[in-house]
Design a protein around this ligand. Structure first.
Ligand code: CP
Ligand code: NVA
Length: 308
């Protein structure tokens, strides 16, 4: 039994196996209806709980569809409808849930909730996003980059905007997959220095560059995310927008990256804020491939966790 809590907590060889398996599983489904079962049914007889303490479209649907394609069954639970949201401890919830289901995916606020769930569950736990990290997303993003451009090792990835949870998992991935990472954004929204240090200690280059145009020079991949995450106070919206406005990804900025640079965004996006529609719908954008690859990457992650 293995948890999937964070990219830097997972063996680099296992991460590579997951990506390769995700690509192979995607290819093997080519052209099939979405509801058709996979040829092999590795999750036959397995029950998967998907717990959401925050909203979700992609994570919810892709995990649910992925389990069903592999022959398993799902239950989608909202944290607020569970006793979890009414004072039952995470540890007790984890022990109870482990008596009913074979795998738990949880999207929550505090990373400590995820860690406690993993500590007390006797079944694998998958991180479906916390305030601090979003590892499933970045596995899909690495898969997407490699499908389009080949190995990500040695490439230059530039993050524009808020050094948030998705940015953190990119830093973890830089360490594990060996790509260089540049953050460009306001100093108040720098990524966690612990994660910057972690990537640097792994031998990859991590730069912090305040000028977005300088930052994207030579970029193979430009990434943006929302300026106000689910865990951010709505009251901070105007202040954050004012800080982040000059980091919008638009056609002018993309012109300073390599001509064959890709653009990614985990979605949901706010068109005209962190990225323009021209870039989102333009030839360099692979945003919907990323969204699709959540399905394939997470199927491979679940197989890794269950050892099937
Ligand atoms: N990218 C992502 O995790 O999307 P959802 O919030 O819709 O799940
Ligand atoms: N940074 C965003 C990602 C959403 C998928 C958030 O946490 O709201």
């Amino acid at each position: 039994m293995k948890h999937f809590l964070d990219i830097h907590k997972t063996d680099a060889g296992d991460l590579r196996t997951v990506i390769d398996q995700a690509i192979a599983m995607k290819v093997s489904r080519n052209g099939r209806p979405k509801g058709a079962p996979d040829d092999t049914q590795p999750l036959a007889g397995r029950m998967v709980a998907l717990i959401f303490e925050k909203p979700s479209t992609r994570t919810r649907v892709s995990f649910d569809v992925g389990v069903r394609q592999m022959g398993g069954q799902t239950m989608v639970l909202s944290g607020s409808d569970m006793q979890l949201g009414h004072g039952e401890t995470i540890a007790d919830t984890a022990r109870v849930m482990s008596r009913y289901v074979d795998l738990i995916m949880i999207r929550t606020f505090d990373e400590a909730v995820l860690e406690e769930m993993a500590e007390y569950a006797s079944v694998p736990v998958i991180n479906g996003l916390t305030d601090r990290t979003h590892p499933c997303q970045i596995m899909a993003d690495v898969m997407t980059y490699e499908e389009h451009r080949g190995p990500i090792k040695g490439k230059k990835v530039v993050w524009c905007g808020d050094g948030n949870n998705v940015c953190a998992s990119f830093l973890h991935a830089a360490a594990q997959f060996g790509f260089d990472f540049t953050f460009t954004g306001p100093v108040q929204l720098d990524p966690e220095m612990e994660f910057v240090g972690l990537a640097r200690n792994a031998g990859v280059s991590v730069a912090i560059e305040r000028d977005p145009f300088k930052a994207v020079e030579g970029a193979d991949l430009v990434v943006a995310d929302t300026w106000v995450s689910m865990h951010d106070a709505q009251s901070a919206k105007e202040r954050r927008h004012n800080m982040l406005r000059s980091y919008q990804v638009n056609v002018d900025l993309m012109r300073h990256a390599k001509p064959d640079a890709l653009f990614m965004h985990c979605l949901p996006a706010h068109r005209g804020e962190e990225v323009t529609s021209e870039v989102m719908d333009g030839p360099q954008s692979v945003i919907f491939d990323e969204a699709e690859n959540r399905l394939h990457a997470q199927k491979a992650i679940m197989r890794y966790c269950l050892g099937v």
